[in-house]
Design a protein. Structure first.
Length: 219
């Protein structure tokens, strides 16, 4: 019986999943980590920074805190505008259009759920890490564009050549339609970047109304 991972391990960061918290550590920031406490008995969702001083003592700096019952209302407020913004940048994708503009398809950079076990390995503390060689082997450019219609639903990368220099122009999506037949969509990189910035501002603006950490609060 395989053990479930308790975190992620990357060369630049590590993430630990615990029953009531998630801990993020940046490996180039020294003895600093960030904790998202998911409520537990306190009923308060808390995000804070932890540092260890030269004296060995831990110090906590609260960054965000909200009452757990308010989370549902926060998600309701941002769900509709977020869905509308993301749906607004989704474009139908035709294989003929890709061929006419000499746009290549690359699969594997964003692996499917079925591909993840083959490209990851369990490291110490049961953290999941990407096997670099397996990951590279999983990345491929289909010889025929029609190949992306086969296999599981997935996200793939669209690459255009300009003056012999490859440039990512967006992401494509293959998903099954209501009748089970495959359908293709794509999003342009510039549209995606704009929406991400918009949603980031929307979340910060909305969440700030529920933040119960005072500007001078200390933990």
């Amino acid at each position: 019986m395989s053990l479930s991972p308790k975190g992620l391990d990357h060369e630049k960061f590590a993430v630990s999943f615990q029953p009531d918290k998630i801990i993020f550590t940046s490996k180039d920031q020294g003895d600093i980590h960030y904790t998202l406490h998911l409520g537990g008995k306190s009923g308060t969702i808390d995000f804070h920074e932890t540092t260890r001083g030269a004296d060995g003592q831990k110090r906590y700096r609260p960054l965000f805190s909200m009452r757990k019952p308010d989370l549902e209302q926060l998600l309701r407020e941002i769900a509709l505008p977020a869905t509308q913004a993301l749906a607004g940048i989704l474009r139908p994708l035709r294989l003929g259009w890709l061929h006419h503009r000499s746009i290549a398809v690359v699969t594997g950079l964003l692996p499917t759920e079925q591909e993840i076990p083959a490209i990851t390995r369990m490291r110490k503390k049961r953290r999941l890490a990407i096997d670099e060689q397996a990951f590279i082997s999983n990345v491929r450019a289909p010889e025929f564009l029609e190949e992306i219609l086969e296999g599981p639903d997935r996200v793939f990368t669209l690459i255009a050549m300009k003056r012999r220099i490859p440039r990512q122009i967006g992401f494509g999506f293959k998903m099954a339609g209501p009748s089970g037949s495959p359908r293709l969509f794509w999003v342009k990189m510039s549209d995606l970047s704009a929406v991400v910035q918009h949603l980031r501002s929307l979340f910060i603006r909305t969440a700030s109304r529920y933040n119960i950490v005072s500007s001078q609060g200390q933990r």
